[in-house]
Design a protein around this ligand. Sequence first.
Ligand code: AP5
Length: 201
Amino acid sequence: MLNLIIFGPPGCGKGTQSARLSCRFELVHLSTGDIFREKVRQGSDLGSLLSGYMNKGELVPDGIVLREIYMATTTDKEVSGYIFDGFPRTIMQAVALDRIMGERNSSLDIVFSMKVEKDELLARLLGRGEDSGRADDSSEIILKRINVYEQYTLPVKDYYVKQGKLVQISGMAPVKVVSDRMAAVVDFYRKNGVIPEVTPL
Ligand code: AP5
């Protein structure tokens, strides 16, 4: 199996890059945001609970997130790997993911940490908000999401630095350039079994 995480602030391009890499490497793309938006769309009680957090730009509690991830990773038995997009977002989620992977006799391989300047994040998400229909793509909630990321999610980066799995990638370049840089890291890893010492910025 090959298991990747795409990590970074709102609007850095996690979803865009996960979609491209999942096609390129035939991996299952698991986006917690997409899973939750689908629950909201279905109009269940869980959906209305989730929208209460998401529409305010707050994190969904770990217990709910982990139950959804656990279910998503146990239904597909025969997969060649996963791309986790927007997960984990807390240390507790990161620890739980290691455990879940261990139960599948697998482990995480590479964590891509994307960096994009704040002005660019805002511009991208406000642009998307014009037709995305996402209730959390307003300037007030975008800023809240960025603050929540900096306060609760950014510390998760260190967890993966300590594991030697983190690769920094600039998300400021055009979409295809970013994908090609990530794919080059994955290709090197598959060939050599280690992350390249010199990785793209
Ligand atoms: P989630 O759906 O994960 O949202 P997010 O992290 O805020 O990220 P976005 O989807 O807004 O952005 P992205 O980084 O995927 O960028 P994208 O590719 O779309 O989470 C939503 C909410 O769900 C959270 O706030 C929370 O409430 C809850 N939640 C989810 N997961 C959770 C968890 N694990 N724990 C707790 N709560 C959780 O691109 C954005 C725009 O930029 C697009 O228009 C795109 O076309 C454009 N773009 C992308 N790349 C480029 C580029 N290189 N150049 C120019 N434009 C680009």
